[in-house]
Design a protein around this ligand. Sequence first.
Ligand code: KIV
Ligand code: ZN
Length: 512
Amino acid sequence: MDKEKLIIFDTTLRDGEQSPGASMTQEEKVRIARALERMRVDVIEAGFPMASEGDFASVQAVARAVKDSTICGLARALDKDIARAGEAIKPANSGRIHTFIATSPIHMQMKLRMSPDQVVEQAVKAVKLARQYTDNVEFSPEDAGRSEHDFLCRIIEAVIDAGAGTINIPDTVGYNLPQQFGALIGELIARVPNADKAVFSVHCHNDLGLAVANSLSAVMNGARQVECTINGLGERAGNASLEEVVMAIETRQDLFACNTTLDTTQIVPCSRLVSSITGFAVQPNKAIVGANAFAHESGIHQDGVLKNRETYEIMRAEDVGWSANRMVLGKHSGRNAFRSRLQELDIVFETEEALNEAFARFKELADKKHEIYDDDLQALVTQAQSSTVDERIKLVSLKVCSETGETPESAVTLSYDSEESSASASGGGPVDATFKAIEKIVNSETELLLYSVNAITSGTDSQGEVTVRLDKGGRIVNGQGADTDIVIASAKAYLNALNKLHEPIERAHPQV
Ligand code: KIV
Ligand code: ZN
């Protein structure tokens, strides 16, 4: 291929996890990292090791599990952060440290309370220290999108001299417009004297809905790495979505001088996995991965597509993995078939006991549902893994009564710290009644921020996957539950969120 390579740097496990409520367990991160590796993502930012013991362990676990992608750890431009990131990426075949410091006037004055000279000095020191752990060092001038261009040129030249091989330009607050951001990248590449010794990268936030447009404009102006996330997850309005960036470049090769080496057929399975693990549903009209992205409703469109698909389609659904959801297993499938399909999906259980437990859940599901798809298996594993969080509250039984003209009622029995309690309540619907009955027992003092149900597969026997987002004193958690009965799925999701609130969390935020 005579095109240059565009490096895809996925930060779902780091910036994506900064979405409120999107925190993931170590096992979940490893599963997503494996799916990203299958997609042939070049660099996976696995976390911010200094944030907590859990983040450190997750980066280390991803570094051990993934062999083909580079594993990156984020670090502020501080000795202790860099040492921690260096340690966490040690097991990786190829490891990178991504260090950053803010460069905009407002961040330097108000947040860091440092002079520009001090910022340059600290950045250079950080890059030199990071180089003692790995040859692969990335530097980001945080809030570059609002930084002075002369100052950016100065600090970038200095960190390249210090050994940074990748210079990432973040539009941290999503303030830039596409033409402006593209021009900034072009200007930096043209003005920084040693720019040819580094790869220029971009990291755009979506506050104005322009993260993908800004990233593409940057690529047209010479950026050769894009930082992005699956489903556009990320801090506030999120980051540039990987699937949109990759497919825009793939589809408009007539306009781009570069291309990625991703296996795009892994996009939809990966999107579903991330959505199922985080509980962040994908909106139906979302480009590439939304349920309607390839659906033609109007008669004129349907007629056109039947005559020639290209009349209304610019991409093929199967090229982004829409046909990948194979029916694989059923009621009569045995343990070996179950295990081998999980292996094909790269799902590995640490112990035989965990596999047995998942198989028991599979059998239970297969009794209710004839055809078990990959998405069912992923949801089942998500359930199995999320129930490994210390489950102080368990659902023992649930009975709902819903009848036309009558108020729905729910009777719930829970085991709370191994003691059984029951309560009944009525509500606006069976789910409302169930949540009220649970609350009578647990009195959690939480606020329900979100309740959503998503059918995992098509058909009325599909499992409903429910997400519940709870807020307790500012701490936000997501709970998930799946079942062919959506009231049971809802109760499971509610209890999963409550159980997560019992877990201790002590975690620093990279930008603070
Ligand atoms: O948005 C941002 O500036 C970041 C940096 C840490 C790169 O996430
Ligand atoms: Zn960011």
